[in-house]
Ligand binder design. Structure first.
Ligand SMILES: [Zn+2]
Ligand SMILES: [Zn+2]
Length: 344
């Protein structure tokens, strides 16, 4: 099978021809139809995250079809469509696993980081961490739901009942969260890089009440802010924009250092909270909610072999919505492969 492989940090991914993976007990073999490109993949490629497996096939927003299964797989049959998220394994017995916080498990293993992921024609996954994909979504549209959607959803839950919600960094996750938040009757304040008129317009198209540069103050104080951009300097900026008793949620797995800031910004019972990936429960809740909203994902597709180009465009902030890789073997008619727009 073809796969895009990272041999060492800060290198380009290399196209490789690898033997077909064989499912062990409890695993499904998945023919990959689409795999989203997430900012975390950039952190994996850049070596920002410690202790990953190398070489590794990145990719943790996988949509495909079960093509084979190991012993004792009872949740899925050959031919079923499944999705694979970042959380690929947990121990099931530690205090976190036992209390519904499996995302904090010290033995957790993550797709495309510890476990080979979806930048390939085929991949393996532990059946217990796969999700059924709602019929309303085609493969490409569903891919961004599996990380941008799931982690965005967990971040939104952390924001509590905030009515005025700030979103810092209007990329793949924010464009999904904005739709869910609007459905829930919240007001969206979208913050982008300075001068990103296209990003601000995209946010307004998705129903944002206001959109502006992250350095500016919104017209009304926020009840909560979610920071998707991996930029520590946004934390004091978001605190500045948030009312007393409000919360600033940091949704990313990696962020540059947070600069020192006066205690007065945190004073007034403001809180800062990080979000560590997802639980299977988040996945089930979100994948049930998404078609009700209905969440529509804006995607830009790339051939599997163009993974480096997709990563470069994401790094430069040039992707509107989410980038999705499609293996040549899974190609759908070209008309469906052009840029899709999210509409409300
Ligand atoms: Zn555990
Ligand atoms: Zn991700």
């Amino acid at each position: 099978m073809k796969a895009m492989v990272l041999d060492a940090p800060r290198r380009k991914l290399k196209l490789a021809e690898l033997p077909m993976p064989q499912p062990a007990a409890g695993q499904v073999l998945i023919k990959v139809h689409a795999c989203g490109v997430c900012r975390t993949d950039l952190h994996v490629v850049d070596g920002d995250l410690a202790d990953g497996k190398l070489p590794i096939i990145p990719g943790h927003e996988i949509v495909g079809v079960v093509a084979g299964k190991g012993a004792a797989v009872e949740r899925f049959n050959v031919g079923d469509r499944v999705g694979v998220p970042w959380l690929g394994y947990t121990c099931g017995t530690c205090r976190y696993c036992a209390s519904g916080q499996e995302n904090l498990c010290g033995h957790a293993r993550f797709t495309g980081y510890h476990l080979d992921g979806g930048y390939a024609e085929y991949t393996l996954a532990d059946q217990r961490y796969c999700f059924a994909i709602p019929d309303e979504y085609d493969d490409v549209s569903a891919a961004p739901l599996l990380c941008a959607g799931l982690i965005g959803y967990r971040s939104l839950v952390m924001a509590g009942d905030a009515k005025r919600l700030g979103l810092y960094g209007f990329g793949a996750a924010a464009h999904i969260v904005a739709q869910v938040a609007r459905y829930q009757g919240r007001e969206i304040y979208a913050f982008t890089r300075q001068g990103d008129a296209e990003g601000q317009q995209f946010a307004r198209r998705l129903g944002a009440a206001w959109a502006g540069a992250s350095t500016t103050t919104p017209p009304e104080p926020l009840d909560a802010a979610i920071i998707f951009a991996p930029v520590g300097a946004l934390v004091p900026q978001a605190l500045c924009a948030t009312r007393k008793g409000g919360i600033v949620v940091c949704a990313g797995i990696h962020m540059s250092d947070i600069p020192a800031f006066p205690y007065s910004l945190l004073w007034g019972e403001r809180r800062i909270q990080s979000v560590a990936n997802l639980t299977r429960r988040d996945g089930e809740e979100f994948l049930k909610l998404a078609p009700q909203v209905p969440v529509r994902t804006a995607t830009e597709t790339f051939d599997l072999t163009q993974a480096n180009e997709a990563l470069a465009r994401l790094r430069e902030g040039k992707i509107t919505g989410a980038a999705v890789l499609v293996p040549d073997s899974a190609r759908v008619p070209t008309s469906a492969l052009s840029r899709r727009g999210a509409q409300q």
